[in-house]
Design a protein. Structure first.
Lengths: 344, 344
DNA sequence: TTTAGCACTCGGTCCAAGTGAGTGCTAACA
DNA sequence: TGTTAGCACTCACTTGGACCGAGTGCTAAA
């Protein structure tokens, strides 16, 4: 519904504003190479674009800035993602080089690379464990009445949890229980562990184990932990170089949210595969009103695992970030799949 | 060397400045309850205190503010730590209630409590592993050529590391190796693991294991990890409410340091037991120039473990923070010792 | 339909005057 | 001799007016 020329002008204004963070006047638009109209003509078009809601004016004698709707239109209809350079691809590949670095470290590294490639803040959600299945359980006695329960998943993720060991249990007894657990629970999705425990395991244990009640108590402790996905940040301070965050109060509001991993994780988690772009107030939290968030998902062998995301000002280099995230998420998926597809 | 009256005035000025963050004038000092001198007299004393280096003037017609030396004198000679209220002690105790929460969670909680008690930023260093000893090693196969190595310490700390498994190893072979490791390495301080590996273990393995070279390669991967202590922060944004951090550039400099756990850990780590106060430029890093850092240590059974610390502006409530940290670190030590003293 | 011209708007900067909190110094007082 | 009242002085901060300039909207001509 926009004319060719309007598109051209809208794009020019967004380009300029993204780069300089200052209202763009008709004169400076007219000076662009590909722009063959006088400032007056452009002023007319700008007035129209403003009426349509794609631009706004900070005050009557200033230039125009893109509105949220303007960015949205740009993203939906005019976005051509920037390709990565060879060097950038090489930088990413370098990360995978240390071949058997732990999963968590890899994810953490991912966050660092994303923030350095985009110069925004990156937020990466660790594997969502509810799709992972149990590989093995271990119980290591620590003191006379406590032990560390260790749960390993098929993706190599390790969780541990201190539990109280009922008095009078000896090593053999514990071994027996652990064997039963491993026998019955291997391959069970973590999210079903508690349910299995209170049904099947319950029955088996009541047959073979002496101190049934205390044992169940211990196992409940073991699986009590809610398997929260971890949140990794990198380049948190990048956002502070943006002029829209010159006000410390805003910074505080934003960083307060960063301290709530739970909130962030909920907000970033993406159910369906693929890229998602949330602009300004499309985000749930008020401190994100001047921010845009772009997320993509990564998976192993088609199994949805987690989310990689970049947070920047609404005045963000969308093409660049979309380009980076698209490449990166797919590449990460490829690497992870290759590494973990041979399960069992 | 300071007169009674000078002490009184110095303390009054520090009190006032800590509270209001603005230069303190002679008039407002003279109005305090316990102050029976006219502004003129106080002005004379203030001039003397300035000459001695305990006070400074932002400009000629402003009141005085305490200098770094002033704070130092106050801390060294006039500090009477505030006791915690019953409610505050109760809050702390509440934290220990969930009795067998993991060690790491406990430490993380500690950071939260400290920051909420002081309204400053708290930084807590997790256990310094070099004093921990090995409790048990586990090796869990994940895919056909990789496994997760899990290391449990006597303090219930768990580390894990993905390793490449030499082709052709079967479960029994791995079990044998793990058994040898556990047999030879139990009780060995983590810091000596690598050394032991390249001496004793080497010999034993060459006798009992088939694919010696590949096995050594795997074990090297296993112990490659440098056992860095983790750093936990809480209330990072508290510092942003302080007027000295109204400037975003300062905030950025400070938060940049927060992103470098390594640096922080080095700077906060305390070799000897007890409380340490670093005021302003006594800190190593320029972004801390307007900050003071107070740290205390916690231990298990006399064995030095880690550090709890609070970071605030130089204009900090020293008495309060020292009171809180003193109580907290001792209490934490007590609880941890009680929980883990029964090792074997 | 496009453009040149022109009056107008309005935030930002500069400057001068005024304000007030605070100081240092001096002289008088107890 | 130590303390205090008084007074001139300093200086950051606020206020308001003048000015500047980037940018606009409108109108009329090309």
């Amino acid at each position: 519904m926009l004319t060719e020329r309007q598109l051209l002008i809208l794009k020019a204004i967004i380009d300029d504003y993204v780069c300089h963070a200052e209202p763009v006047g008709s004169r400076s638009v007219s000076k662009r190479e590909d722009m063959n109209f006088s400032p007056a003509t452009i002023r007319n078009e700008m007035a129209d674009l403003e009426e349509l809601g794609f631009l706004e004016k900070p005050h009557s004698s200033a230039g125009r800035i893109p509105s949220q709707k303007g960015y949205r239109y740009f993203v939906d209809h005019m976005l051509s993602p920037t390709m990565l350079t060879k060097n950038e691809v090489a930088d990413i590949r370098l990360m995978y080089e240390e071949q058997f670095v732990e999963f968590e470290k890899l994810i953490q590294q991912s966050a660092k690379i994303l923030s350095s490639l985009t110069s925004y803040t990156s937020i990466v959600l660790g594997p969502e464990l509810f799709e992972s299945t149990l590989k093995q359980i271990q119980l290591v006695p620590i003191s006379k009445d406590s032990a560390v329960a260790i749960i390993v998943t098929d993706t190599g993720h390790v969780e541990n949890q201190t539990v109280t060991v009922p008095g009078g249990f000896d090593v053999r007894e514990i071994e027996k229980i652990v064997n039963i657990l491993n026998d019955k629970l291997q391959g069970v999705p973590l999210i079903h562990l508690r349910h299995k425990l209170s049904t099947e395991i319950r029955k088996v244990l009541s047959k073979y184990v002496d101190q049934y009640d205390q044992t169940m108590e211990m196992l409940n402790q073991m699986f009590r932990q809610s398997h929260n996905e971890k949140v990794f940040y990198a380049g948190k301070t990048n956002i502070l170089t943006q002029p829209e965050f010159n006000d410390v109060n805003r910074v505080r509001d934003l960083f307060n949210i960063f301290e709530e991993d739970q909130l962030i994780s909920k907000h970033f988690r993406s159910e369906q595969h693929g890229m998602k772009i949330k602009i300004g107030e499309e985000n749930e939290f008020a401190p994100f009103d001047d921010c845009s968030i772009i997320t993509a998902t990564y998976s192993i062998d088609g199994k949805h695992l987690g989310t990689v995301g970049v947070l920047g000002p609404t005045r963000m280099e969308y093409q660049r970030v979309v380009g980076v995230l698209d490449f990166f998420s797919k590449d990460l998926t490829k690497v992870l799949t290759k590494r973990y597809q041979n399960n069992n």
